[in-house]
Design a protein around this ligand. Structure first.
Ligand SMILES: Nc1ncnc2c1ncn2[C@@H]1O[C@H](COP(=O)(O)OP(=O)(O)O[C@H]2O[C@H](CO)[C@@H](O)[C@H](O)[C@H]2O)[C@@H](O)[C@H]1O
Ligand SMILES: OC[C@H]1O[C@H](O[C@H]2[C@H](O)[C@@H](O)[C@@H](O[C@H]3[C@H](O)[C@@H](O)[C@@H](O)O[C@@H]3CO)O[C@@H]2CO)[C@H](O)[C@@H](O)[C@@H]1O
Length: 613
């Protein structure tokens, strides 16, 4: 079969309902950006078909042509073609697990997209190239992007896995800072310290992300070919992508581009907003028209910090739809200044929809988990969890005794997670026959605090101040109770992971914890803790200690065993949340969008190429 151009392909698929995703308008119409497709490269990565690019039609490279002749990829069956009528969804974010992750944001951009793809949508995720990911290929497509008063060149790397186009934006400001230290250096040299050029870095991400759907000819997906084109819905995530809708309107709309595109903005954590000096606004190269959307008085009632630009505020105001990661957090965000972090008034204006996150049930599967000692399912959990507890106790250097209830805490060591509240409750728990394992990294003061507890209670407490995924899995399997002491928690994945492993949690009653944990059935609620991060309220310490003592009493009883089964018998996958996301995005009226199909989380469509990077 000879190489196809985009329009030929669309014609050949027309009978199956695939939209004509013809090549984008010339880049020359775009004032700020230039892109290059070097000679001999068509912008598709590891593709078996060649498509027309903005630079004109090119023949497929020789080795690709012979692969096609030799019976390379075939068109799939008509049944599967029908799934190619979904939306073009482009997620943009600063983290994307497993390639980059400091916490839950990475997990969501890793797990939700394959579930959307499984429902028949064409899905791209765009994130920085922080490392030399061995499975991502250089497309050789470059774009020159204006930041401040100069042009910066970015390259686009690509891979296709689980039905999703993963696109990595390559620029020295990402790779040179983070290379080899992906987990911890994404935002700054240390927790709590930001890189001084973060605005430049994430402005590049936003602007490059807007180019990608128009200029990348991506041909690995058997159901969709060529560029994504302009009828796309961008899903922005957190402050790093706040300026994207403004760039879309500022740089493209005047040229008649992306007229039908839509932008959804999803808040994973309102406490990081991207607040910068007001004087920095001109560096963004946006017209005065958008200034008021960024304009922000830091301090609300008492403007002690003065005038700023606020990237998240602009994302909320300029997007077509605002979402967050649970319905209860959505309510909290608009409830007042404390929980809305001074953007509550803005969100009351725009409205906000909450969709609970799912979790990656293949990565977190106790029946297949390579990190745990004894694999299990809901029918074997009670005995297997006891054996895993003994293995965990041995690994942690604690007395090995399956009768001792074991409480775990896992999380980023930030005020949000209440490690200080948990630490303050531990002395009171020491009256009980109990063991406590703490795993987390973050602020140095909290790391020291947890370590000091281990020193004080060597036979009962272990603190591991590392980011350690295998240990996180081991703890989930071996612990009896997961303590989630968050002052606020937009959704929380940790409690989902716990439940998947039959470990009920004792949790603060905030955000997604309210939506996902049922008192007495899948966990224990301790009530809401104070959101004031500067103090540890004695009443909160009491709530944590009392609830954990209550949970300890239940461990090992028939009621507890029933809770373990309830936890494990839930569908915590991305399947349901992906359907909810689909409904919300369809409701935005993206041109050409059609409902997808009911897919399995890793449906046949998304199954190829499943592998860890
Ligand atoms: N030391 C360690 N070692 C190994 N693994 C560790 C670890 N510390 C944390 N993790 C892992 O990091 C992830 C944390 O995700 P969460 O959603 O619970 O919180 P986070 O605050 O990071 O996410 C934010 O974004 C997500 C996504 O929307 C929201 O659910 C959440 O409420 C919001 O605060 C989990 O996968 C957990 O296992
Ligand atoms: O996935 C985990 C979280 O990752 C993101 O949060 C990061 C945040 O966006 C970054 O700005 C940075 O936050 C630091 C902040 O900028 C700084 O002023 C100071 O307050 O310290 C903060 C912590 O270092 O790092 C955060 C990750 O640690 C994402 O936005 C969140 O939704 C996720 O919860």
């Amino acid at each position: 079969m000879s190489a196809l151009t985009t329009s030929q392909l669309a014609t050949s698929c027309a009978g199956f309902g695939i939209a004509d995703r013809s090549a984008p308008s010339s880049m020359l119409r775009h004032g700020l950006l230039k892109h290059r497709t070097p000679a001999g490269v068509d912008g598709s990565s590891s593709s078996s078909l060649s498509v027309t690019t903005t630079a004109g039609a090119r023949a497929a490279p020789k080795q690709q042509r012979s692969a096609q002749r030799g019976g390379g990829r075939r068109f799939p069956s008509a049944v599967v073609y029908a799934t190619g009528a979904g939306m073009n969804v482009v997620f943009v974010g600063a983290e994307m697990a497993p390639w980059s992750k400091t916490g839950g944001l990475g997990d969501v951009l890793g797990g939700l997209p394959p579930a959307m793809a499984a429902n028949g949508h064409r899905v791209m995720v765009i994130s920085p190239r922080y490392d030399q990911y061995k499975d991502a290929w250089d497309t050789s497509v470059v774009a020159e992007i204006k930041v401040a008063d100069r042009y910066e060149r970015v390259r686009f790397f690509h891979l296709y896995k689980r039905g999703v186009d993963r696109v990595f934006i390559d620029h020295p400001s990402f790779l040179e800072k983070v290379w080899g230290k992906t987990g911890e250096k994404i935002y700054g040299p240390d927790t709590g310290v930001d890189y001084s050029d973060n605005q430049l870095r994430f402005s590049l991400l936003c602007q490059a992300a807007l180019e990608a759907p128009r200029i990348l000819n991506l041909n690995n997906n058997p159901y969709f070919k060529g560029t994504y084109g302009e009828d796309v819905v961008f899903v922005c995530n957190d402050w790093h992508t706040g300026p994207l809708p403004s760039y879309l309107k500022n740089n493209y709309h005047p040229n008649g581009i992306y007229r039908n595109a839509k932008v959804a903005f999803c808040i994973h954590n309102i406490s990081y907003q991207g607040r910068f000096a007001f004087e920095d606004y001109p560096e963004l190269n946006l017209s005065e028209r958008f200034k008021s959307s960024f304009d922000f008085i830091d301090g609300y009632d008492t403007p002690v910090e003065g005038r700023k630009i606020n990237w998240m505020k602009a994302g909320i105001l300029e997007a077509d739809k605002v979402l967050t990661v649970s319905p209860y957090y959505a309510e909290e965000l608009i409830s007042g200044v404390a929980r809305g972090c001074e953007l509550d008034n803005i969100m009351r204006l725009t409205g906000i929809t909450g969709i609970v996150n799912g979790m990656d049930v293949s990565e977190w599967d106790p029946s297949k988990d390579k990190y745990i000692t004894v694999k299990y399912d809901a029918t074997t959990a009670i005995e297997a969890k006891a054996l895993n507890k003994e293995a965990l106790q041995a690994e942690a250097g604690l007395p090995v005794d399956r009768k001792i209830p074991l409480i775990a805490f896992i999380g980023r060591l930030e005020e949000q997670k209440g490690p200080d509240v948990m630490a303050a409750a531990i002395p009171e728990l020491m009256q009980e026959d109990v063991q406590i394992v703490l795993l987390g990294t973050g602020k140095k003061k909290f790391e020291k605090l947890l370590k000091s507890l281990e020193e004080k209670y060597p036979n009962k407490v272990r603190a591991v101040v590392k980011f350690n995924a295998p240990l996180a899995h081991h703890i989930m399997a071996g612990a009896d109770i997961l303590a989630v002491t968050s002052r606020f928690e937009p959704c929380g994945l940790i409690q989902l992971q716990g439940m998947r492993y039959g470990t009920p949690c004792a949790c603060a009653s905030t955000g997604g914890l309210v939506d996902t944990v049922i008192e007495g059935k899948t966990g224990f609620h301790m009530g809401r803790l104070s959101v004031d991060c500067k103090v540890v309220e004695p009443s909160d310490v009491q709530k944590v200690a009392t609830t954990l003592k209550r949970a300890i009493k239940v461990v090992g009883t028939p009621v507890y065993n029933e809770m373990v089964r309830n936890c494990m018998n839930q569908d915590l996958s991305w399947k349901g949340p992906a359907k909810n996301w689909e409904n919300v995005l369809l409701g935005m009226g993206v041109a050409g969008s059609q409902p997808g199909i009911e897919g399995e989380e890793i449906a046949p469509l998304a199954k190829e190429n499943v592998a860890a990077p």
